[in-house]
Design a protein around this ligand. Structure first.
Ligand code: ATP
Ligand code: MG
Length: 252
């Protein structure tokens, strides 16, 4: 039998690799797995499988590209740890096709020289790393701008890939800014209606229970005005357009 690590088909085809893990990808997941873009934004519904797919891509990178450095980042360590947990779980499911050199709670080091490392969302910790080949930012809409600006240089020399995955969280922050105006990205927008595991009945129940803007944010990929914002972006936009008379006198 050909060892998994030597199976050329799996090395070249992330879709075949995913199926080896027993996962039948959804339509959008298939497109994501086939993509060769090195800047990707996933604006996806809750529970649509964005962390799972990113974990598959991370493990594939580490197994089949020796000496890769894969970094998992999120606003809080608990979240990046969850992503790492998925990667480590898949690695074990496959029977550790490349032997481990160090298998720890927050990192996995392989004998082919690849490393997968989990990082908390603090700028100080990540500054020690350079030359990442793949950087995954989970819950990216909640990541601080400073953190984002600190991680980008890590890709400079390595020419590494950056995948930011999230459901939206208000019309602010780097994930939102990049989603609406970034030029370099391949974008995937996946509302809950495109996820075969989320039923219409469940969605209807959620829609009836949640405040409408939360429902749109969690399940419909919508960047909503945040709860703590007194004025909506639309109100602010209207207030600054020339056509509309200001409410309280004129300026100047
Ligand atoms: N193609 C698939 N086939 C079967 N199960 C899947 C598939 N994709 C994802 N799942 C399952 O769906 C669940 C949600 O996946 P995951 O945690 O990756 O979603 P998420 O979009 O990151 O959710 P959240 O927004 O809550 O972080 C998991 O139990 C995962 O195993
Ligand atoms: Mg997730």
């Amino acid at each position: 039998m050909v060892a998994l690590r030597d199976d050329l088909r799996l090395a070249l085809d992330r879709l075949a690799f995913t199926e080896k893990l027993g996962i039948v990808p959804d339509e959008w997941q298939e497109d994501f797995l086939r993509s060769s873009a090195d800047r990707v934004l996933l604006n996806c519904s809750r529970q649509s499988g964005k962390s799972t797919m990113s974990a598959v891509i991370a493990l594939h990178r580490a197994l089949y590209h020796p000496d890769s450095l894969v970094l998992c980042l999120a606003p809080a360590l608990r979240q990046s740890q969850e992503l790492f947990g998925k990667i480590a779980g898949f690695y074990r499911d496959l029977g550790r096709p490349v032997a481990p050199q160090g298998e720890r709670k927050l990192s996995l080091e392989l004998e082919n020289g690849s490393r997968i490392v989990t990082l908390p969302g603090s700028e100080k910790t990540i500054r020690g790393f350079s030359g990442a080949n793949l950087l995954l930012v989970d819950e990216a809409s909640r990541v601080d701008d400073e953190l984002y600006f600190a991680i980008r240089p890590m890709l400079a020399v390595s020419g590494g890939s950056l995948i930011m995955l999230s459901s939206p969280y208000g019309r602010r922050g780097v994930f939102y800014e990049e989603w609406i105006s970034g030029r370099e990205w391949e974008r995937f927008e996946v509302p809950a209606s495109r996820c075969p595991r989320i039923s219409q009945t469940f969605l209807k129940e959620e829609e009836e229970t949640l405040p409408p803007f939360i429902y749109r944010q969690e399940y419909e990929c919508s960047f909503e005005d945040t709860e703590d914002q007194v004025f909506t972006t639309e109100m602010i936009d209207r207030a600054v357009t020339d056509e509309i008379q200001p409410l309280f006198g004129t300026v100047g």
